[in-house]
Design a binder for this molecule. Structure first.
Ligand code: PLP
Length: 344
């Protein structure tokens, strides 16, 4: 089942690359997917398989992108979909989920949505499209992970069958990270590529970073709060993501809301409007450059997982008010100078 997901563009970041002294900095622009996020790869794969198992209702607990994608693919399949979310999710996300015909319900508290979702799976036999909320965070169904392998496949093809040195992935429960790692692993086994990239998890609160630092076998919960990067604002992550990072010799790094918003605006100057969560990959790259940890010649891929249009109100806060002027050159000249630092 497809809505035309995948084969998203790989775009060289010329301006930001120069600023960070990185010669081969690329964005894999996943905002070009049908519901404007990389979750479409997961949903296409997982939900196609679920249809073979004759499920009739799909369900998911989501902060937006995953729910919107599940709703669209359920619509395509002609199936029902019930999405659980929480009240503060951006309006655009709610609109997307509902316009695709899903039945969207919010719970008052954040953990409650998992509780009610689990009851529906257990008692009503609905098909879970999202992450399992077991006592341990285990991520999604492996058929969904298979969908994410295509990111690695496409990167190899787009780089003319070379493997990049680094792939930086905005990470919450690490399904994306795990799928990308599996994809590269399969292509190495087939001798399509000769080397593997290092994987970097770009996190907001850092359950994977914490687990690596403390050498934990399983990620443990870390403190969290509200964040502009709501799509990745997770306090836990999955074991298989931790394993993928370790196997690749990679690392996990966190950034603040402030660093994310600055990077979102900077990326706009390269013609890319990334969701706040998605700009995290480049904010982490900047942090690692500042720490002298990156090789300037390496091929570095930042995955941009979704579009900034999902939550434009947050971006507005770091942009100037639009000046209103009389139609004369003097008035224009002064606002261009004062507001935009542009001299006539
Ligand atoms: C879901 C999501 C992520 C995180 O994906 P995981 O597989 O949970 O790590 C990153 N960015 C965006 C925009 C997302 O919607």
């Amino acid at each position: 089942m497809t809505l035309g997901e995948g084969m998203t563009p790989l775009i060289k970041l010329e301006r930001l690359g120069r600023e960070l002294h990185l010669k081969n900095l690329y964005v894999k622009d996943e905002s070009k997917n049908p519901t404007w996020s990389f979750k479409d790869r997961l949903c296409s794969s997982l939900m196609s398989k679920a249809l073979e198992f004759a499920f009739t209702v799909f369900t998911i607990s989501s902060s937006g992108n995953h729910g919107a994608s599940a709703a669209a693919y359920a619509a395509k399949a002609g199936m029902d979909c019930v999405v659980f979310t929480y009240a503060s999710v951006p309006q655009t996300m709610k609109t997307l989920i509902q316009v695709f015909g899903a039945k969207l319900v919010a719970t008052e508290t954040y953990p409650d949505r998992w509780k009610i979702m689990n009851e529906c799976i257990e008692h009503l036999g609905w098909c879970l499209v999202g992450d399992y909320a077991a006592p341990l965070m285990v991520g999604i169904n492996p058929y969904g992970i298979d969908g994410y392998k295509t990111i690695a496949f496409e990167l190899c093809e787009q780089l003319n069958w070379a493997s990049p040195q680094l792939v930086v992935q905005p990470t919450a429960y690490a399904n994306g990270l795990t799928g990308i790692w599996k994809g590269f692993t399969e292509f190495l086994e087939l001798d399509f590529i000769e080397s593997m990239p290092q994987l970097i998890a770009a996190e907001r609160f850092g359950p994977l970073k914490n687990a690596l630092e403390k050498q934990l076998q399983f990620p443990e919960p870390v403190p969290e709060k509200d964040s502009v990067a709501f799509s990745i604002a997770a306090d836990v992550s999955a074991y298989q993501g931790l394993k993928a990072i370790k196997d690749s010799g990679g690392l996990a790094e966190t950034v603040t809301d402030h660093e994310i918003l600055i990077m979102q605006k900077k990326l706009g100057r390269d013609g890319i409007y990334a969701e706040t969560a998605s700009a995290t990959s480049l904010a982490v790259i900047k942090k690692l450059v500042d720490q002298g940890k990156l090789d300037h010649d390496d091929i570095i891929i930042a995955i941009v997982t979704s579009s900034g249009l999902k939550d434009p109100n947050t971006t507005r806060k770091v942009l100037p008010e639009v000046p209103v002027i009389k139609p004369d050159l003097q008035a224009l000249s002064s606002v261009l100078r004062d507001v935009y630092e542009f001299q006539l």
